[in-house]
Design a protein around this ligand. Structure first.
Ligand code: AMP
Length: 404
């Protein structure tokens, strides 16, 4: 078990906290969704109660090692100030003599937010001197940016070498607890639902899950590689031709492990799609197939009615559900039904006692779209991080934290 914030002494100390304030901004430099800031409040408020001097660090967007004023964290400082009803001092940079002075002068109960870490290329390169300088601003380090713990950056990995004590914050603790419980201590039947664009992104996840789950539902574009690997026609659906052998191996592994693999048995298909503008193509022919075959000239864009009927009882009888990735092109309303129905079924299963964990990214948008985001057990704040967690590898930003 990793140390968490309550295992170390923070009272009256200068505490450096890596948060994930990578929030969306509009043209007027206003935060349009403060979910990530809100997610860090338990840790920030606890530190303030403990009379710590709080120094927050984060990245925002992809400025690629240069100062990009549109990616300043100033709007996040403003929003945080409103939420904690306290002034948040904004630093002009994240390193340098001025920041050193500001952090030195920071008093108990005050909050300082350092400017975007990614304005310096050294952050993403995990540069040693940069990490050391960041660490020099505080006495204790708290990792609370679950969204970046799968990265080996200065603020997520390097700096822990140079700080006396470190621990996970409340958000990271909660994420590890829910994901860990679901994955390693799952009540059976354990069901995983995987979807999304590519098999190649999720090979390691499938491989790891096959050793743990009772059933695996595969939807999304990923399914077509598996169907084609079994000799089923896939028309012009997205298929990763170079992953057909691998798909066959995974199907064999599932059989050997007695995991019930549920691939789509029917589809919503279309002959045209406008991915760029997120709409069905002009004058597109849209229909539902009577079986698993996708006819030539068409692509599968969602799971069909029969597939939903087949997977519904599996979802409703599961006691643990892990879901990552949409079952179709859910950004386009005509092709979102499968994903939305899955979200509703997962919520229903949760109401009857199942533990449900939704991986970050698109599956989170899907549960929101279905209006059931409050009806599942846990919605992860980290897309990439939760996916790597499901691969069964230790996340680098967690690995560097000391054990209890
Ligand atoms: P991922 O980031 O891997 O979870 O993939 C999410 C993306 O997969 C979404 O943008 C979906 O539109 C896309 N997707 C899901 N199903 C399909 C499909 N059948 N064909 C093409 N794209 C799909």
């Amino acid at each position: 078990m990793k140390k968490t914030i309550k295992d170390i002494s923070v009272a009256g100390k200068k505490v450096l906290v890596r948060v994930d304030f990578n929030v969306p901004l509009n043209d007027k430099q206003e935060v349009t969704n403060d979910k990530r800031i809100v997610a860090a409040l338990p840790t920030i408020n606890y530190l303030l109660e403990q009379k710590a001097a709080v120094i927050l660090m984060s990245h925002l967007g992809r400025p690629k090692g240069k100062v990009v004023s549109a990616m300043s964290l100033k709007p996040a400082a403003k929003r945080l100030g409103e939420l904690i009803k306290k002034d948040v001092v904004m630093a002009p940079d994240c390193i340098g003599p001025e920041v050193a002075k500001m952090s030195k002068d920071l008093k108990s109960g005050e909050v300082l937010l350092l400017e975007n870490l990614r304005f310096h290329p050294q952050e993403e390169k995990n540069d040693d001197a940069f990490a050391k300088e960041l660490a020099s601003f505080g006495e204790v380090f708290i990792q609370d940016a679950f969204g970046t713990v799968h990265r080996v950056h200065a603020s997520t990995a390097g700096m822990t070498k140079y700080i006396k004590d470190a621990a996970a914050g409340f958000l990271v603790e909660k994420e590890l607890q829910f994901l860990g419980e679901a994955l390693n201590n799952a009540k059976k039947p354990f069901l995983a639902i995987l979807g999304g664009a590519k098999v190649s992104d999720k090979i390691k996840v499938i491989d790891n899950l096959l050793g743990k789950v009772d059933s695996l539902v595969i939807g999304g574009a990923m399914a077509y590689t598996f169907l084609k690997a079994q000799g089923i026609g896939t028309g012009k659906s997205l298929v990763e031709e170079d992953k057909l052998d691998l798909a066959r191996e995974l199907l064999k592994k599932a059989e050997a492990k007695k995991v019930k693999m549920l691939l789509p048995i029917d589809h919503i298909i279309t002959d045209k799609i406008d991915f760029e503008n997120k709409k069905a193509g002009d004058g597109a022919k849209i229909s539902e197939t009577p079986d698993a075959e996708v006819p030539a000239g068409f692509m599968g864009v969602d799971i069909g009615q029969m597939t939903l009927k087949r997977i519904a009882p599996v979802i409703l009888s599961a006691k643990t559900i892990v879901w990552n990735g949409p079952a179709g092109v859910f950004e386009i309303p005509e092709f979102s039904k499968g994903t939305v129905e899955i979200a509703k079924l997962v919520a229903q299963a949760t109401e009857s006692g199942a533990v449900s964990v939704i991986g970050g990214g698109d599956s989170v948008s899907a549960v929101k779209k279905a209006g059931v985001d409050k009806k599942v057990t846990h919605v992860s704040t980290g897309g990439g991080a939760s996916l790597e967690f499901l691969e069964g590898i230790e996340l680098p930003g967690i690995a560097v934290l000391p054990e209890k």
